[in-house]
Design a protein around this ligand. Structure first.
Ligand SMILES: [Zn+2]
Length: 154
């Protein structure tokens, strides 16, 4: 999703949907969708709808934070230290599971715990550029991996 620049919104100003749409460069329907479906608060009792700039800024910041929890290609969710982490020294092992997916396994840079995630082989070229890859026999790797700790990755 496109990142919206909240700096262009004035906190002390009240916006109509059209004005706000112009400021953040989107369609007014997108904003009415946020009101209906995502809990953006409009100013009560005014029609057509008006929204406080401050409310929009907070709403968009929260929304962008939520979207950020999706892992990047280089990131893993470590179940030992409970953090989003990266592979130690950028080294990872890869084992094909079937024609579409593979298991990427590495050592957590923060706590030295084992980290792993399922990757799509569509991304394998990018993964080979990103990591220093060691290929393992797939059966050996899968058996040694705690399957409760997999994170769905890219
Ligand atoms: Zn860790």
């Amino acid at each position: 999703m496109r990142r919206i620049n909240t700096r262009r919104i004035k906190a002390k100003y009240s916006y109509s949907l059209q004005e706000l749409a112009n400021v953040i460069n989107c369609h007014p329907n997108t904003i009415s969708g946020w009101i209906k479906n995502e809990g953006l608060r409009r100013i009560d009792g005014i029609y057509p709808y008006m929204i406080y700039g401050q409310v929009v800024i907070e709403f968009l910041k929260m929304r962008q934070l939520k979207n950020k929890t999706k892992l990047l290609l280089t990131e893993f969710r470590c179940c030992t230290c409970q953090a989003t982490s990266t592979a130690w020294e950028g080294i990872a092992t890869i084992a094909t599971i079937n024609s579409k997916i593979a298991m990427l396994q590495a050592v957590c840079e923060r706590c030295n715990g084992k980290i792993s995630k399922i990757i799509s082989l569509k991304n394998s070229a990018e993964i080979e550029k990103t990591f220093s890859i060691h290929t393992l026999q797939s059966s050996a790797l899968i058996q040694s991996t705690n399957t409760n700790c997999e994170t769905k990755g890219v």
